[in-house]
Design a protein around this ligand. Structure first.
Ligand code: GLN
Length: 240
């Protein structure tokens, strides 16, 4: 029998892919392959044709200029992405894409970059950058470890939950203790690092929902990868 296939879509790798965010794709591919899935990787850049079959979507961070470059295309794809999110498709949106999954990002110069409103969040450019190693606490995923570098300050609305609560770092806005946003199977976060090599529980959440949505079940072979636990221990011990 042929191996089951998972179609993994990376959104805007050309313009939105900084601070190691590509590593998230590598981890998803590897952890899927180790469980017997064939992974078909699709890269989607502005103007491309959106693939017919997609099981999992990831997208990374970008400078304000990168966000400007993708804005029109993202708005054109907004309805499709909102429908997929409502239907339970798992997604990971990091930093610059997280901001544009919200209602809008008003930059520090007052320019408004309209988002797709997939997430009930809003971002305003702040006067300084929030930079450094970050640790979160989450009921669902336990301790989450990453690295943040953003000036946008994000406020969560009533339709989303935080991804985690900050125990080290600034998170969404440096004031309310929240980091990132959750809606259905969508995870949005400021954490780069990249995120998934140090947080296999988050990677497996995305993989599980991708497989279950497509096939009705997930081949849940436990994976013990020493590099991941070493990276976690090392990153968690680092000063801010
Ligand atoms: N331009 C955005 C900000 O600084 C996003 C940066 C990023 O993706 N790291 O808030």
């Amino acid at each position: 029998m042929d191996a089951p296939v998972i179609d993994l879509l990376q959104l805007y790798p050309r313009d939105m892919n900084i601070y190691g965010d590509w590593g998230n794709v590598l981890v998803l591919r590897k952890r899927l392959a180790l469980r017997g899935y064939d992974v078909r990787l699709h890269e989607y850049n502005p103007g491309d044709t959106f693939p017919g079959q997609v099981d999992l979507i990831v997208g990374g961070g970008g400078q304000d200029s990168g966000q400007n470059k993708i804005q029109a295309d993202l708005l054109a794809q907004g309805g499709r992405l909102r429908d997929l999110a409502d239907d339970g498709l798992p997604m990971l949106a990091v930093c610059g894409l997280y901001q544009l999954f919200g209602h809008r990002f008003t930059t520090h110069t007052g320019e408004v970059i309209t988002g797709i409103g997939l997430l009930d969040v809003e971002t305003v450019g702040g006067p300084t950058r929030l930079i450094g190693n970050t640790v979160l606490d989450s009921d669902e995923f336990g301790t989450i470890i990453g690295y943040e570098n953003h000036s946008g300050l994000t406020t969560l609305g009533a339709e989303v939950q935080p991804f985690g609560r900050v125990t080290k770092g600034d998170g969404n806005n440096g004031t309310d203790g929240t980091e990132g946003a959750r809606y259905r199977n969508v995870i949005a976060t400021y954490l780069h690092g990249s995120l998934l090599p140090k947080n296999p529980a988050v990677a497996d959440f995305l993989i599980r929902h991708a497989a279950e949505r497509r096939y009705g079940s997930f081949n849940d072979v436990p994976l013990d990868i020493p590099h991941e636990s070493e990276a976690r221990t090392d990153a968690a011990a680092r000063p801010r």
